[in-house]
Design a protein around this ligand. Structure first.
Ligand code: PMP
Length: 353
C-alpha cells in the first residue's frame, strides 16, 4: 500500500527556523522580540478572559476591529486579523495565488515569505537588495509580468533594517498594474523615525491594490499571544478572512491587543527607549569598524558574509540570528545585554585584526 503523501508543493519547503533559546530570555536577541514585560493593563484584561476558556472566541473580532477602525480612521471591513501577521500573510497568499501565478519580493527578506509562497504552488521571483541593503523597487517593478499577482514589500526590511521611502513606493505603485496586490509588510513600523519613510496607510489611501500588514508581536510585545492584521480595501480584507480557519485569535489574545492599544503612552515610551538603544548600538558597532546598514527597526544587521555562523557562535551566551553566507541579525534588547553584545562583537573583530 502506498503511504499517504503530502502535496508535491511541500517538497523542498523547509520548516520555519525559530530563533534559538538563550542562556536567559534576556539574552535572546534572535527573534526581534520586545524585551519588556506586557504593557500596563494587559495582563489583567487577558487574564480576565481565561475563565471563559470553555467558550469559543469572538470570531468576528468585533471589539478589535472596532478599536483598530477608530484608531486608524477606516471602517471595520478594512481589517482582517489572524494569529500573527505571518498567518494573515499565509491566508492572503492562499486566497490570491495558485500554480502558474508569480509573486515578486526582495531578497534577502523575511524567511517566512518563501514558505508561504511555495505552499501555494506559485512561482517566486526574487529581486536582490541593493548594496546598501535597501529594496530596489525599480528592479522589482521591472520584474512584474502579466503573470504577477502579488508583490511583497517589507519595510523596514527584515533582516537588514532599511525602509523604502514614500517617494520610491509611490513611483512603484504608479508603475504596477492595479490588479497586482502590493503587500506592504509593516511589522516594525512603530520603530520607524525616518520622516521620508513610506507609510502603508498613505499608500492604501491612494491605491486600492495595497495591503498593509501589521502586528502586535514587536512594539506591542505580544509575540507569544499571536495577533496580527491586514488593512486593505474591503473586498481584499474579506478574501483574507475567507481563507482563514475559523476561531483563530483567542479572546485572551484579543483582550491583550485591545488593552495594548489603550496603553499608547507607555507604548510610546518603550518604543522611544528601544529606538535610543538601537541608535547607541549602531553607533558603537560602527565605531568598531562594522558596516551596519541604516536600520529603522528593532534590530541591526551585520553583513558578515561567510563569517556569519562563526560570529553567531562567538556571541554565546547571547543568541543572535545568523543567515549562513550572508550576515547576522541582532535584535535590540535590554541595555545590559546590548552592552554585552557590543563587547563580544568588538572582541570578535579585534581577534581578526
Ligand atoms: N513580517 C515580518 C517582516 C516579520 O519580521 C515578522 C516577524 N518575524 C512578521 C511579519 C510576523 O510577525 P507575527 O506573525 O508575529 O505577527
Amino acid at each position: 500500500m502506498p503511504a499517504p503523501r503530502p502535496r508535491k508543493a511541500l517538497d523542498g519547503i523547509p520548516l520555519y527556523r525559530a530563533g534559538k533559546p538563550a542562556l536567559t530570555e534576556e539574552h535572546k536577541l534572535s527573534s526581534n522580540e520586545n524585551p519588556y514585560a506586557p504593557l500596563p493593563g494587559v495582563m489583567e484584561r487577558a487574564a480576565a478572559e481565561l475563565g471563559r476558556m470553555n467558550r469559543y472566541p469572538d470570531a468576528g473580532m468585533t471589539a478589535l476591529y472596532g478599536a483598530l477602525s477608530e484608531r486608524l480612521g477606516l471602517s471595520a471591513e478594512h481589517f482582517a486579523a489572524g494569529t500573527g501577521s505571518v498567518a494573515v500573510l499565509f491566508s492572503l497568499l492562499t486566497a490570491h495565488l495558485e500554480a502558474g501565478d508569480e509573486i515578486v519580493y526582495a531578497w534577502r527578506s523575511f524567511e517566512a515569505y518563501p514558505i508561504a509562497v511555495d505552499l501555494t504552488g506559485a512561482t517566486t521571483v526574487r529581486v536582490p537588495l541593493r548594496a546598501d541593503a535597501t529594496h530596489d523597487l525599480d528592479a522589482m517593478a521591472d520584474a512584474v509580468t502579466e503573470r504577477t499577482k502579488v508583490v511583497l514589500v517589507c519595510t523596514p526590511n527584515n533582516p537588514t533594517g532599511p525602509v523604502v521611502t514614500a517617494d520610491e513606493l509611490e513611483r512603484f505603485l504608479d508603475r504596477v498594474p492595479d490588479h497586482v496586490l502590493v503587500v506592504v509588510d509593516e511589522a516594525y513600523v512603530e520603530f520607524v523615525g525616518d520622516p521620508d519613510a513610506a507609510k502603508g496607510l498613505d499608500a492604501l489611501a491612494g491605491h486600492d491594490n495595497v495591503v498593509v500588514l501589521r502586528t502586535f508581536s514587536k512594539a506591542y510585545g505580544l509575540a507569544g499571544l499571536r495577533v496580527g492584521y491586514a488593512i486593505a480595501r474591503p473586498e481584499v480584507a474579506e478574501s483574507i478572512r475567507k481563507a482563514t480557519a475559523p476561531f483563530t485569535v483567542t479572546d485572551v489574545a484579543q483582550a491583550a491587543a485591545l488593552a495594548s492599544l489603550d496603553a499608547q503612552d507607555a507604548l510610546d515610551e518603550r518604543v522611544a527607549a528601544i529606538v535610543r538603544e538601537r541608535g547607541a548600538m549602531v553607533e558603537a558597532l560602527r565605531a568598531q569598524g562594522w558596516d551596519v546598514p541604516r536600520t529603522e527597526a528593532n534590530f541591526v544587521w551585520l553583513p558578515l558574509g561567510e563569517h556569519a555562523l562563526d560570529f553567531a557562535t562567538a556571541c554565546d551566551p547571547v543568541s543572535v540570528r545568523p543567515f549562513a553566507g550572508e550576515g547576522v541579525r541582532i535584535s535590540v534588547g535590554t541595555p545590559a545585554v546590548n552592552a554585552q553584545l557590543i563587547e563580544l562583537a568588538g572582541a570578535w573583530r579585534s581577534a581578526r585584526g
